[in-house]
Design a protein around this ligand. Structure first.
Ligand SMILES: Cc1ncc(COP(=O)(O)O)c(C=O)c1O
Length: 398
């Protein structure tokens, strides 16, 4: 047998860089080993419309040869029309076909938009803690987080950052933020847009959770508030509505900018097969599915919040999210974060350290809890174990 080939020494700089901390989210592990999975922002199993997808396949596939051929670069026209219809029904927003690109999940949309605007030696401005931190190193070496108050990014922090280190783009998740769960108010959105216009910094609005609204305020998107000037590029996804396995998302921006973003798309066209099924499903069931998801996740959020009140109490603080998948818990003793994480891990309760959402790896003494995927009892158990872990950590570190 030949010697094992040492590929490590042959790796490109890019491959080496990607092995650095700040990797994409991993799968949540083997189910039997886990006591509670509060780790990944995945849909609940019962939210996945498998039966309707079988029906959608029966209706969409016969005679549909293009579904198994290469697709249009900008994506399936019928799925683009579904996205336009969704924007019209849920937001009263009218957009043209040539303003949309269908992507392989919004992960690909993020990658394409960042590569369109950012050079390796430039910086990306990000929310205080951000899912976007997972993407920064793919594109450049620097990210700068903008501090938030209860309304969103602090205007003076944004202004100062832009004046001193002109970022290539401001990547924000303004609605039901990942990981922080909160939402930028309408007034603050307008302030942020004014600052970005003044400094000439484009905005990337990652809107993965827009549809998952349970109660309270949901302001218009940054894209809408900006009135189509071309400053804001917005991305959305079918991962949370239909299931992450369909791998479909979209970019919405000005028509001329879509032409600059498109060359960064390196595939043979986003799956025409998945697009055909998703289009059929959405045409038949969009509103009913989204209403169903809102009921499922509102209940899970409430279960998690009640469990936090009962088991964590004043050992940490958190916001009540009006939508999305996450509660962001800041420990009363931030320095215990690693110890608490280790205790949870040993009890096989999986939660996400805040450090994943910072380019500098600063955990902010915070933990992200996903309430979307775990069944009700698992949420309660997970939060109880988390409370016990915090207490044990405090006892061991008086
Ligand atoms: C804020 C945000 N953006 C984008 C994504 C990527 O989603 P996908 O690539 O599945 O569309 C996620 C997934 O968790 C997310 O939370």
């Amino acid at each position: 047998m030949a010697d094992i080939f040492d590929f490590e020494c042959c790796l490109s700089e890019e491959a080496r860089r990607r092995a650095a901390p700040g990797q994409m989210v991993s799968a949540s592990g083997v189910a039997e080993d886990i006591v509670a999975d509060l780790l990944v922002g995945q849909p609940a199993n019962e939210a996945l419309p498998l039966n309707h997808m079988v029906e959608a396949a029966r209706n969409a596939l016969p005679e549909n040869y293009p579904a198994l051929l290469y697709g249009r670069r900008k994506g399936s026209l019928e799925l683009i029309d579904v996205v336009r219809e969704k924007l019209r029904v849920f937001e009263g927003l009218e957009v043209d076909r040539d303003q949309i690109i269908i992507t392989n999940g919004s992960g690909q949309a993020i990658d394409m938009v960042l590569r369109t605007f950012v050079n390796r030696d430039q910086i990306i401005a990000l929310d205080h803690a951000s899912f976007g931190a997972l993407f920064v190193r793919r594109v450049c070496d620097h990210g700068a987080h903008v501090a938030w108050d209860e309304q969103g990014p602090r205007p003076e922090a944004l202004d100062e950052l832009f004046a001193t280190r002109q970022p290539a783009i401001f990547y924000t998740i303004p609605t039901f933020q990942n990981p922080m769960g909160n939402t930028i108010t309408r007034e603050r959105r307008l302030q942020v847009l004014e600052i970005c216009h003044r400094h000439g910094v484009p905005v990337f609005e990652d809107d993965a959770y827009y549809e998952l609204h349970y109660d309270g305020e949901r302001p218009p998107s940054m894209y809408e508030l900006d009135g189509g000037t071309g400053l804001v590029t917005r991305a959305g996804t079918f991962s949370k509505i239909l299931g992450a396995g369909v791998r479909l998302g979209w970019i919405l921006t000005s028509a001329p900018l879509t032409e600059r973003i498109l060359p960064l798309k390196t595939d043979g066209g986003t799956s025409p097969f998945a697009s055909a099924l998703a289009s059929e499903f959405m045409r038949e069931h969009m509103e009913e599915q989204i209403a169903r998801l809102q009921d499922i996740y509102r209940e899970r959020r409430d279960i998690m919040l009640a469990a936090l009140d009962e088991h964590v109490g004043d050992l940490a603080s958190w916001h009540r999210p009006n939508g999305g998948f996450f509660v962001w818990l800041t420990l009363g003793r931030p320095e215990l974060l690693d110890d608490v994480m280790q205790r949870c891990e040993r009890s096989r309760v999986h939660v996400r350290s805040g450090s994943v959402f910072r380019v500098d790896g600063d955990g902010l003494g915070a933990i992200r809890l996903a309430f979307s995927h775990a069944p009700h009892d698992e949420i309660r158990t997970g939060v109880r174990v988390l409370g016990e872990s915090i207490r044990a950590s405090i006892a061991a570190n008086p």
